[in-house]
Design a protein. Structure first.
Length: 306
């Protein structure tokens, strides 16, 4: 049975990124990019194992400002006004910088091209990778994400309060906030696993909690603006997965993403909110693998047009 190896640190784009690998080192690389305020461990071993068993070299990592990767504490905390306006001039970094981080990790690992999968903010990051570094992506899957267009995928008023609420203080409060958050944004059509949420929140806190880093990530999302026109030029084989009951990135965000990317295939999942329910892991694995197969067939056609 596959499991993740030891956590390692990679120099990437002038920072240090914490990462782990699972699966056959000679398998096709599969890079997993997680979302806002969420560490790489949210790509849970059970889901990753399904991909490793399909022959992939699975790689997960902490984005900048989260977990055990570099914290940009010199940049301070964005103001509420900066967040609401999305003021680019005061943002210490944008999604394009986070996309370059991911490419820097591929460079460190000696990987020329990878299948990439992003969830939520991670979906935005992999979209930006496809825009800025298209040759590095073999295929792309964007899960519960959006294009940055303010007319699509906007959170409900209730979830806006979660994003902009005062950060919890201390380990116990952080764990309780996580439970309350996922009761709001989680998938109503699937079991709520409170024990798993608590365990993940506790482990994340112990690995490296940074409320300021979360706010800087949120600032990067808002300040990066609309990617729709740039996504029209993307030719990477793409699958878009979104839940019909997502209150944090409303379903219109997934539809807008699929519409923006030529040839993208959209999968709307009934009862799914803004999380990755255990019952859907086989569905996610199958969709990722199917999309990767599209990329392999396209590459084979180019290599042998006859």
């Amino acid at each position: 049975m596959y499991s993740f190896g030891e956590e390692q640190i990679a120099p990437a784009n002038g920072l240090e990124l914490c990462y782990q690998e699972m699966g056959d080192p000679s398998g096709e690389p599969l890079l997993l990019v997680m979302g806002l305020a969420t560490q790489m461990i949210a790509w849970q071993e059970g889901l990753c194992r399904l991909m490793a068993e399909r022959g992939y070299r699975v790689i997960r990592f902490d984005n900048r400002d989260i977990g055990r990767s570099t914290k940009l504490d010199w940049a301070g905390i964005p103001s509420r006004a900066d967040l609401l306006i999305g003021r680019r001039a005061t943002a210490p970094y944008l999604l394009r910088d986070m996309a370059s981080d991911a490419v820097g990790l591929l460079d460190h690992l000696g990987i020329d091209q990878a299948h990439v999968v992003g969830a939520s903010m991670g979906g935005m990051i992999v979209q930006q990778m496809a825009i800025d570094h298209p040759r590095r992506l073999h295929s792309m899957v964007s899960i519960m994400s959006t294009t940055g267009n303010r007319r699509s995928g906007q959170p409900s008023l209730k979830t806006f309060g979660i994003l902009l609420g005062n950060p919890p203080k201390g380990r116990a409060q952080v764990i309780e906030r996580a439970v309350r958050t996922f009761k709001v944004i989680g998938s109503p059509g699937f079991p709520f696993e409170e024990d798993m949420v608590r365990e993940m929140a506790a482990l994340s806190y112990d690995r490296g909690h940074s409320a300021a880093g979360v706010m800087r990530q949120l600032h990067a999302i808002i300040a990066s603006g609309d990617r729709t026109k740039q996504l029209h030029r993307v030719q990477v084989p793409t699958a878009v997965i979104h839940g019909t009951r997502d209150p944090l990135v409303k379903p219109s965000g997934g539809r807008a993403t699929a519409k923006a990317i030529s040839g993208a295939r959209l999968m709307m999942i009934d009862g799914m909110g803004h999380d990755l329910p255990r019952d859907l892991w086989p569905t996610f694995a199958e969709a990722i693998d199917t999309n990767a197969g599209r990329a392999r067939r396209a590459a084979a056609t180019v290599a042998d047009p006859a």
